[in-house]
Design a protein around this ligand. Sequence first.
Ligand SMILES: Nc1ncnc2c1ncn2[C@@H]1O[C@H](COP(=O)(O)OP(=O)(O)OP(=O)(O)O)[C@@H](O)[C@H]1O
Ligand SMILES: [Mg+2]
Length: 226
Amino acid sequence: DIGGLDDQLREVREAVEDPLVNPEKFDAVGVEPPSGVLLHGPPGTGKTMLAKAVANQTDASFIKMAGSELVRKFIGEGAKLVRDLFEVARDHEPAIIFIDEIDAVAAKRTDSKTSGDAEVQRTMMQLLSEMDGFDERGDIRIIAATNRFDMLDSAILRPGRFDRLIEVPNPNPDARERILEIHAGEMNVADSVDFSDLAADTAEFSGAQLASLATEAGMFAIRDDR
Ligand SMILES: Nc1ncnc2c1ncn2[C@@H]1O[C@H](COP(=O)(O)OP(=O)(O)OP(=O)(O)O)[C@@H](O)[C@H]1O
Ligand SMILES: [Mg+2]
C-alpha cells in the first residue's frame, strides 16, 4: 500500500536483498555489493514505510532500531548496543539491519565539549567500525533512513559505508492520486469525488499529509452526520 515509490522500492531490493539472495551474481562480476543504503527525504514521504515493506517481502532476518534508541545515558552504552546489534544480525544471517532516524547518532561532529555529544560520537564511531568490518560482517546489509540529510557527518556517507543514497521525495501528482486512493480505500466515498482533482489541489503535500487529509475528511463527515 505504498503510493508512487516503485523505483525506490526496486532500488532498495536490488541493493539490499539481491546480494543476500543471489550472491553468485556479484561473485561472477567480481564486485562487492553496496554495504549500506540510505533513504533520505522530507518528513512523511514513506521512508519508514518503505523499509517495513522490504521487511515484509524478504526472507532475511530483519532487525529494526531507531537512532534515538542508540543514544544512551551512560558512557559506552550506546557503542555496546551497536556491537550487540551486529552480533544479533551475525547470529541470524542473512540479515538486514534497519536504523531509522539515523541522524540521532550520525550528525556532523561539532566542537561541542559536552559529554552527551561525546557519547553520541562514540556510538557513531562504533557504527562506522562495524560497517568497515566487511569480512566479519558477512551476509548483513544495512538500511538507514533520515529526514535530515544535511545534518549527517560525511564519514557515514563514505564509499563502503552508506554509499547508496536513495532519495524519497514528496509525491508527484500521480503518486498523490495513488496515495489518496490508498488512504480512502476503506472509506465510504461519494461518486463525485475525483482523486485526480484532489491530487492537483494538493501540491507540496507529503504522503503523511495526504493520509491525514483523508482522515480529516472522514472526521468532517462524522461531525456533519453525513
Ligand atoms: N508513499 C506513500 N504511500 C502511502 N502512504 C504514505 C506514503 N508516504 C507516507 N504515507 C503515510 O504517511 C505515514 C508516515 O510515513 P512514514 O513514517 O513512512 O514517513 P517517513 O518518510 O518515515 O517520515 P519521517 O522522515 O518523518 O520519519 C505512513 O504511515 C502513511 O500513512
Ligand atoms: Mg520515518
